[in-house]
Design a binder for this molecule. Sequence first.
Ligand code: PMP
Length: 362
Amino acid sequence: MDERVYNFSAGPAVLPVPVLEQIRDEMLCLPGAGASILEISHRGGPFTEIIQSAEANLRKLLDISDDYAVLFLQGGSRLQFSMIPINLLGEGQSADYILTGSWGKKALQEAQKEGKTRVAFTAKDSGFDHVPAEGDLDLDPNAAYCHYTCNETIEGVQFAGEPDTGDVPLICDASSDFLHRKLDVSRYGMIYACAQKNAGPSGVTVVIMRKDLAERSGDNLPSYLSYKNHVQEESLGNTPPTFGIYVVDLVAKWLLNEIGGLDKMFDRNKAKALKLYDVIDAHTDVYKGHAQPHSRSVMNVTFNLPSDELTSRFLSEAKKHKLDALKGHRSVGGIRASIYNAMPIEGVDALASFMTDFAKSC
Ligand code: PMP
């Protein structure tokens, strides 16, 4: 336990210690199963209970109505980049994409392979440092859907609320801020998130989808690529990522029972992020935040130092203080502190105090 660092990895990322402890305690024998979660059938009673519990707990956390299906899929969010247009972009239709960073761009590139797309907004010219203000969106009222990335993990840019797309179904890549706050799910056609940031391990992707949208899936799609098929099969069309679903359930229980729900989680997340942004703003000679203040992410805090040499020194000294995985994404460099739900406030305090001392030493 003493060897555990404060892990600021962007994903796979820190998980709540009580969840890890429960996994450890149950690893040899899942209560009531007589075997490990890694060894039991996805069709048997114990796993059925787990997948039903994971779905029920996500529904409770986000108040998800019966109009929506909750799916547990594989292939990461990247597969969703393709499944969305393959299923939802009909012949002759076009889909809108709002681009506020690298992941939105990648989602668009995959969609372009499948059909017609439009860019409803891009912040490319300013290096993806902000989200659109109301009125910045150039929306197609006839679009098959409008896709956006609520938190851009690489740039550290986050929407505070959802864009208004009227009757056009809104599709959200929530991979890196899923479960960080309460959402009004009824405003979305679909929300998806790979689990490995806030919700569990890599290998499972949660899809929350309006059931009528899943009806759009063509009948001749490969069955794994069809949302309609996954809804009908209740995520059990093939062997689902059983271990990942088990961990998602434990994380959801932690949020409900130990944190007290998503409003409380959001309060904690805002308080944690503020501590780091306060240090950045107090030392602008050393730290330059990437995101414009109104678009700052409460999950991925991104900033640059004046030189590569100082960045390397920052990273190596941070490591000596057990502050790990702070290197920015290879495409943009700089520093990125990912402070997901499970990052304890003590970890953020330790980083804030290190940053203050480091700035003074420059
Ligand atoms: N979207 C966002 C916002 C992400 O942060 C990531 C992963 N970093 C992805 C998509 C891709 O997810 P995966 O690697 O699970 O396909």
